[in-house]
Ligand binder design. Structure first.
Ligand code: NDP
Length: 248
């Protein structure tokens, strides 16, 4: 896998799947623009990327749920590199709630982060991706393929990500741009705890995931990053509009 000279923008690169993906693309020689809100965490990931052999990544700090921030993240990336080859929309949040207790405020927060931000960045990046015949990889979830109880807004947002991916894939195929998504199963990151799950419940959840995944364990961030890199690479040159389950 070789991304030498390729410009790759990764949102939500300051932890979990996004951080592992950044380090992987660094090993493959990519020029990286890394987004997140937490500058300290992002700097640590950038150091790991440099240690892996990449040129120092550009940090494009910002909250992608905010329109002005996303616009700035995009402009900074373009100003730095002058082109884009791969857009990886990974930033996401998980919040619990059903139709009986998910407020509109909570719904908007999840949708703006998990779906609207992807729409906006894709819209901004499309003209540049057409020039480079680049591609998009969106990080969805198994919740984008089927519904799970208790995470209503998250389910809706991720199903939207899969649909957006397929639509964009169809619309841009003739212009040489591919769009795919990965749909991870339970992956060991901070996502669930940041969503309010306490440590004891999280450990029980991981234990339970041994039964809900045929391979008998949750996934690792590196395993998801491998799938992202594959879809972004020329090895997947005849693959577009795919929802690739990485769910054991
Ligand atoms: P983490 O919480 O470890 O990482 C989430 C990343 O998203 C962080 O880098 C965070 O950065 C960033 N982020 C969140 N909100 C924003 C925002 N508004 N603006 C910019 N960045 C933001 O979780 P994961 O690595 O697990 O999550 C990555 C993706 O994987 C998500 O889309 C998630 O839905 C998906 N996923 C995860 C699964 C799992 O089991 N872990 C399963 C299926 C899908 P910062 O805090 O610096 O803003």
């Amino acid at each position: 896998m070789n991304f030498a000279g390729k410009v790759v923008l990764i949102t939500g690169a300051s932890s979990g799947i996004g951080a592992a993906t950044a380090v992987k693309f660094a090993k493959y020689g990519a020029c990286l623009a890394l987004n997140g809100r937490n500058a300290d965490n992002l700097k640590q990931v950038a150091e790991q990327c440099s240690a892996a052999g990449a040129a120092a990544p550009t940090l494009v700090i910002g909250d992608v749920s905010k329109e002005a921030d996303t616009e700035r993240v995009w402009q900074q990336t373009l100003q730095k590199y002058g082109k884009l080859d791969v857009l990886i929309n990974n930033a996401g949040i998980l919040e619990s709630g059903t139709i009986e207790n998910t407020s509109l405020e909570q719904y908007d927060r999840v949708m703006n982060t998990n779906l609207r931000a992807i729409y906006q960045l894709t819209m901004l990046a499309t003209p540049e991706l057409i020039k480079t015949k680049g591609n998009i990889v969106n990080v969805s979830s198994v919740n984008g393929i089927r519904s799970f109880p208790g995470v209503l807004a998250y389910n809706i947002s991720k199903m939207g990500v899969d649909q957006l991916t397929r639509c964009v894939a169809l619309e841009l195929a003739a212009k040489g741009v591919r769009a795919n998504c990965v749909n991870p199963g339970v992956t060991v990151t901070n996502l669930h705890k940041r969503g309010g799950m306490d440590e004891t419940t999280y450990q029980k959840f991981l234990e339970h995931s041994k039964n809900t995944h045929a391979l008998g364990r949750p996934g690792t961030t590196d395993e998801v990053a491998n799938a992202i890199a594959f879809l972004a690479s020329d090895l997947a040159s005849f693959t577009t509009g795919l929802s690739l389950a990485v769910d054991g």
